[in-house]
Design a protein around this ligand. Structure first.
Ligand SMILES: [Zn+2]
Length: 750
């Protein structure tokens, strides 16, 4: 270990001479030394041992081993010297009581197995007594029999294709493949179009044999592997369905089960491709378009029928305990400013990749920090390490914790850093753009285990390789920092950023290990240690990344938020949304012309059914001027803030470390909160952040300026324009906050 710390990574010749952003020269020197010590501590052997322990048995919400793991993590945090405790909540968590998928007409009678077989040589795949059956949690109960329609990925565009072919899903059961959207979107959109049941299957084209050898020979999904997962409707809020917007504490006021808003409208079950093949083969009707065809050796057809399916799904609607493990290192100078790090510990089954590969890095980070504290390191701010329960069913553990503590968090939380899974490859970072410059700096100080480049350099080169235009490549080469992607849904950062307005980051390595074990019994220690980061060197790199980010935020003199990049990113998002409005006009105009000219009827084969779309009203030109003006103000004041900070930075920046900086920091802590509104997005009260949200019809993927974007997508022009002025106001509030911070900095320079 000593050898590692004696050879510090140097990515830039002058790296050590330029003070870290937000640090005086003295503070920066000391910080760099502590960070280097920290980065030498994480040990792959420990990561492997934690993973073996945490993934030894199935540990879904409410299972004995879920509690056992929480207690094991608690013991570890305490052993590392952190002040730790378990916080408990009580949530609705349904588990299957009765499941049936049966082909009753249109082909040979067939009953789906709905069972993943143990695999010889994989020692945990045979723990059948403790494995949750394959199902989609929060499907409503139902028993339906109806003709089957194949809907591809089951996203809104797929239904437009069906409409063109004159196919309705009214009264039908839809079968959709996994992918393209969050799974909960599929029953949601199906039900909106009149379907009465939904089957979701894993197509081998997407994560089975089309990719390579299947498990246990290779990493890909075997024929009977099934993806479990939640289908809770997350459009309006996340977390426990019975306590929207408030913590699910023992005495919380709960909505009665019959009024729970986020359960699906129709019954849903996931199946394997072995179970899906006889169903799909029995579907008749038009042949599916080329992009809709998967990897099964059949002709994919749309239906409806003659395949008729009997689908039955009933759950035990039980309340289950959640065990969040929360550990603290108190801050020495600013104990009321909190820097938070987390990962979930619950899984659908053994979950070696999801979530344990991420959780173990958080544990090893906590151990490293504990070591530094023993050596005399005193973080300026309070550091909080969290291991969440109940992420898989709907971000339950993190959401209920954030909702319970939201008033304190809005006052004290500086930043939240999330991870979930980890594998080999390229560092993927998503997050708040006020942290873009900060996290780029961290990435430059972490070494990639395979290429020995910095993870920043490797990610930049990879993005140049993947860029689709000369413009994109030019920006990647010339811009000082790489742009951050937005955070979407799908992990524990969501309550922090979307609900509480806390600047957040999501980090993890990915891109080189592929496979098809997600949410199946095969996501286990055997799989991970054969097909993913089996020497845990990327686990170590992630612990170094997360640890460096947490330390650098916790110790900074001035909180290292940076608004110049932020303004540049917001400008880009505003341009995109304006461009989108223009494209929509053009598309509607073009379609109307084609209808007028008879293009649709002339190009359709009269022996087949083709439906000509209806003419649509051409959208009005919308007024986005308030947004454009707000972006200009934001850009100007961000530049002034930067200048004021640089003036203080002159001559070693001793002023940065002065006590009056606390007032500036108190403002900076609120900078992300300013981007929220109390009422949230239209019809989505829980999503308070006005710049980012998971799309109502994408689920995982984020939408920028969602109130404007989604109104445009829904063709509500007037509402889109009103939303644009609301977002403009939010940006003006942010500008005002930055201006006050600048004024304080300038006063200190005098
Ligand atoms: Zn996960």
């Amino acid at each position: 270990m000593l050898a590692v710390s004696l050879v510090p990574l140097k990515t830039r010749v002058t790296a050590d001479d330029v003070p870290l952003y937000g640090y005086s020269a003295d503070s920066s020197r000391s910080e760099r030394q502590w960070e280097e010590k920290m980065r030498a501590i994480p040990d792959p052997k420990n990561l492997r041992a934690y993973m073996e322990r945490l993934s030894a048995r199935p540990h879904n919400v409410g299972s004995p081993y879920d509690k056992d793991n929480a207690e094991g993590i608690l013991a570890k945090f305490k052993e590392f010297g952190l002040d730790a405790q378990i916080e408990t909540f009580t949530v609705l968590f349904p588990t299957p009581k009765e499941r049936l998928v049966e082909l009753v007409e249109g082909g040979p009678h067939f009953i789906a197995k709905l069972q993943e077989p143990p695999v010889p040589g994989d020692p945990t795949s045979n723990q059948t007594a403790e494995q949750l059956p394959t199902y989609n949690a929060y499907s409503i109960d139902g028993d339906v029999t109806a003709p089957l329609v194949y809907v591809n990925y089951g996203v809104p565009e797929d239904y437009e294709v069906l409409e063109r072919r004159g196919i309705s899903v009214k009264g039908a059961i839809v079968i959709a493949r996994y992918g393209r959207s969050w799974r909960g979107i599929k029953p949601l959109v199906g039900a909106e179009h009149g379907a009465i049941g939904c089957i979701i299957y894993s197509d081998p084209r997407d994560d089975g044999y089309s990719g390579g050898a299947v498990f246990p020979k290779g990493p890909w999904r075997p024929p009977e592997g099934v993806q479990r997962g939640s289908v809770q409707d997350s459009t309006v809020f996340m977390g426990d369905p019975l306590t929207p917007g408030i913590g699910a504490t023992a005495d919380a006021k709960r909505v009665p089960l019959k009024d729970a808003q986020t359960l699906t409208k129709i019954p849903v079950l996931p199946i394997s491709y072995a179970d899906a093949q006889p169903l799909l083969a029995a579907i008749g009707g038009p042949v599916a378009p080329p992009e809709w065809r998967g990897g099964l050796p059949i002709t994919y057809r749309l239906g409806p029928g003659p395949a008729k399916v009997h689908l039955k799904m009933f759950s035990n609607w039980d309340m289950k305990p959640l065990y969040d493990v929360i550990a603290k290192i108190p801050g020495s100078t600013y104990p009321d400013e909190w820097v938070i790090r987390g990962n979930h510990h619950d899984a659908w089954v053994n979950g070696a990749e999801d979530p344990v590969s991420g959780m173990v890095t958080v544990l090893e980070e906590a151990r490293s920090m504990g070591e530094l504290v023993k050596q005399g390191w005193k973080p300026k701010r309070t550091i909080i390490y969290c291991a969440w329960d109940g992420e898989e069913p709907g971000l339950l553990g993190s959401t209920e914790w954030v909702e319970t503590h939201v008033d304190e968090l809005r006052k004290h939380a500086v930043m939240y850093v999330n991870s979930d899974t980890n594998s080999r490859g390229f560092l993927d970072v998503e997050g708040s753009h006020t942290l873009e410059h900060f996290i780029n700096g961290v990435e430059r100080d972490i070494q990639d285990p395979e290429t020995k480049l910095s993870v920043w350099k490797r990610a930049q080169l990879k993005q140049i390789a993947d860029a689709s235009s000369a413009e994109e490549r030019r920006e990647l080469r010339d811009r000082e920092d790489m742009r951050l992607d937005m955070l979407g849904g799908g992990s524990d950062h969501a309550p922090f950023i979307n609900f509480a307005g806390i600047a957040s980051l999501g980090i993890g390595f990915e891109g080189e290990d592929h496979g098809g074990i997600y949410h199946s019994i095969y996501d286990d220690f055997y799989w991970y240690t054969h097909f993913s980061d089996y020497d845990f060197t990327y686990g170590r790199a992630l612990a170094q990344t997360g640890g460096t980010a947490i330390m650098r935020m916790a110790d900074a003199d001035v909180l290292p938020f940076q608004f110049a990049n932020f303004a540049d990113d917001v400008k880009m998002y505003v341009r995109e949304v304006e461009k989108f409005a223009g494209q929509q006009r053009d598309e509607i105009q073009e379609r109307n012309s084609k209808i007028q000219e008879g293009v649709y009827s002339a190009s359709a084969d009269p022996r087949e059914t083709w439906v000509t779309p209806q003419k649509e009203e051409i959208p009005p030109h919308l007024n986005f001027a308030p947004l454009d003006n707000a972006v200009e103000d934001l850009t100007r004041s961000s530049a002034e803030y930067q200048k004021a900070l640089e003036r203080l930075n002159a001559n070693g920046g001793a002023a940065l470390a002065s006590a009056s900086m606390q007032e500036v920091n108190e403002l900076l802590i609120q900078s992300e909160r300013k981007l929220t509104t109390p009422e949230g997005l239209p019809g989505r009260f829980w999503y308070k952040h006005q710049l980012y949200a998971p799309g109502a019809y994408t689920g995982y993927a984020a939408k920028a300026i969602p109130a404007v974007r989604e109104n445009l997508e829904q063709k509500r022009w007037k509402e889109a324009e009103q939303a644009a002025s609301r977002v403009a106001q939010v940006l003006e509030n942010e500008t005002a906050l930055i201006n006050s911070a600048t004024a304080k900095l300038s006063a200190m320079a005098k």
